[in-house]
Design a protein around this ligand. Structure first.
Ligand code: ATP
Length: 458
């Protein structure tokens, strides 16, 4: 079995199989933007559902929100994004391309040097003393580092004046912070409690993206746990542990995941760590857990002038809660799942098959329904489709030989194929074929739904 898949191969596979397409492709694309196709959207929805179940539904103390992407610009002043949400950029004076200094160092040292812990001066010194070459033209002639704000701006109203500037949110978290009191009061929540949200975020990323790893528009799944100071460390440890449990539950193997504690903490943070996955281009962050102290709510109290305190119902004590954040990048998780699931398997007869070994819960399609001979069996197969589609995401496939159709379903990770043939019409049975083992089993049509449900749970 071969398991070394290049990024280029994965990108092509995703395009050919309807998983992910280049954004605005017919116009030559738009750097770092991608569109999820009919298969990718199912995968994405399944991961969102798994996250919502784990972080909101299964927690008695969590509620969800869906806040606006466009927020009052004062939000981003309070959060610190207007002043300091910036990347350290250098231009190559020769070929005029722009690069992130920290990423140049990390790539050059193959992850051995942690540029996060360096100041701009230290990064410049490192790049000069190691005679870094521009990755595009190979010359050594960089400008000094300049800070470049990552927020996308737009204008509200008809005139483009400075006072009209609003931002596309660069993270979803602020939607949870500004609604802290709304959620707490409307549903009578007692501390500790959490607010979860899934939604789009936007960042003006200029460095090459490694497929969907770094995009200008992406989805975050974030959970903010509000608690009393003193409880924060326990929750931080809890959500750190839960990261591995959640990612492992999706099917990512433990040996491809690792914690990376932050060496340089943001001034307000008490502790922070990332979970990294071993992509084919190296280790990359897919999730972060941050102890944000009372910084966020205190800043919103200061900038909005509204009291953000919580009153303890027993002691009547008033205080601003601490926040422990668990932040997941949906698109990076999808990329890790695709990378991990995709295999080119050499079969006993020497032929190869492409297969995506997703866990049943996240497989884009659970069942592929196919008439053996279109003319004879299509009508019955449509009936089978309708029965199964009430319960599962099913795909109908009637084009090409049955062998080719099986391969096509393997290549998008469909868990079972159900073939409708003369036996179905004469005896009421179908053939169920399993993706991973390729074994086949004859099942009575009336038992099919339960058979598949049970197998998916095994
Ligand atoms: P990086 O250092 O890779 O730029 P970050 O530390 O800025 O990431 P956070 O601000 O902690 O990321 O965002 C939380 C999560 O959102 C990350 O763990 C990641 O999964 C995801 N994320 C951040 N930026 C992007 C992006 N440009 N494209 C896709 N996902 C992203």
């Amino acid at each position: 079995m071969e398991k070394k898949i290049s990024m280029e191969k994965l990108v092509n596979h995703c395009k050919n199989m309807g998983i992910i397409f280049p954004g605005s492709e017919i116009y030559g694309g738009l750097a770092n933007s991608w569109d999820y196709g009919p298969v990718g959207i199912e995968l994405k929805n399944n991961v969102k559902k798994a996250w919502w179940t784990a972080f909101v539904q299964e927690s008695e103390h969590s509620m969800g929100v869906d806040a606006s992407i466009l927020m009052n610009p004062r939000v981003w002043e309070a959060s610190g994004h207007v002043a300091s949400f910036a990347d350290p950029l250098m231009d190559c004076r020769e070929c005029k391309t722009r690069h992130r200094a920290d990423k140049l160092i990390e790539n050059h040292s193959k992850g051995g040097v942690n540029a996060d812990a360096m100041s701009n001066e230290e990064m410049e010194g490192y790049i000069i003393s190691h005679k870094f070459a521009c990755p595009v033209c190979g010359k050594h002639n960089f400008t000094p580092i300049r800070q470049f704000n990552l927020m996308f701006q737009t204008n509200r109203g008809v005139t483009q004046e400075k006072t009209n500037i609003i931002y596309l949110r660069p993270e979803t978290a602020q939607g949870e912070f500004v609604n802290f009191l709304n959620v707490q009061r409307s549903l009578r929540m007692k501390l500790p409690f959490g607010i979860g949200q899934i939604g789009k975020a936007f960042r003006n990323e200029i460095t090459p993206g490694n497929f969907t790893f770094r995009t200008i528009e992406f989805e975050q799944m974030e959970h903010q746990l509000f608690c009393k100071e003193g409880q924060d460390q326990d929750f931080y440890d809890f959500y750190k542990g839960k990261s591995m449990e959640f990612l492992g539950g999706l099917g990512l193997p433990a040996e491809k995941l690792r914690f990376k504690d932050h060496e340089k903490l943001a001034h307000y943070a008490k502790a922070a760590c990332d979970v990294e996955y071993q992509f084919n281009f190296g280790w990359g962050e897919i999730n972060g857990v941050h102890n944000r102290t009372d910084f966020d709510l205190s800043r919103h109290q200061e900038f909005s002038g509204k009291n953000m305190e919580y009153t303890d119902p027993i002691t009547n004590e008033k205080f601003i809660p601490y926040v422990v954040e668990a932040s997941y990048g949906l698109d990076r998780i999808i990329l890790a799942l695709l990378d991990n699931a995709y295999e080119i398997e050499t079969l006993e007869d020497g032929t190869e098959r492409e297969v995506m070994r997703f866990k049943p819960e996240i497989a884009p399609f659970k069942v592929g329904v196919m008439p053996l001979i279109k003319k004879l069996h299509a009508e019955k197969a449509h009936e089978v489709y309708r029965i199964l589609a009430k319960k599962f995401r099913v795909i109908f496939d009637e084009t090409g030989s049955i062998g080719k159709r099986y391969r096509r379903q393997d290549a998008i990770g469909t868990h079972f194929c159900v073939t409708v043939d003369d036996e179905t019409i004469n005896n009421g049975t179908v053939t169920v074929r399993f993706r991973d083992s390729m074994a086949q089993e004859v099942v009575k049509l009336e038992d099919l739904k339960d058979f598949i449900s049970k197998k998916l749970e095994d």
